[in-house]
Design a protein around this ligand. Structure first.
Ligand SMILES: [Zn+2]
Length: 79
């Protein structure tokens, strides 16, 4: 899995909705990629703050806004 794959799967990963092979692949990437590790940690924090630590499903529009923000971030970085 590459950085783009991580960004694509990040909300499912944080929600625990990713199937095991994809999850393992993503975590393997995180071990080698500080950038993605940071993005995942930041996203997890954002989600936790947003959800007030309760197991609440993120609204779809929030998820997609998060996705867009991360995509932009990744894009800026590669430029
Ligand atoms: Zn990466």
């Amino acid at each position: 899995m590459n950085c783009k794959g991580v960004i694509r799967e990040i909300s499912d990963y944080i929600d625990g909705e990713l199937d095991l092979p994809a999850k393992q692949e993503l975590e393997r990437h995180l071990e080698d990629c500080e950038d993605c590790k940071m993005v995942v940690e930041q996203t997890r924090l954002t989600v936790e703050i947003f959800c007030d630590s309760k197991p609440v499903e993120l609204p779809t529009d929030v998820k997609s806004r998060l996705h867009d923000a991360l995509r932009r971030k990744l894009h800026e970085k590669s430029n």
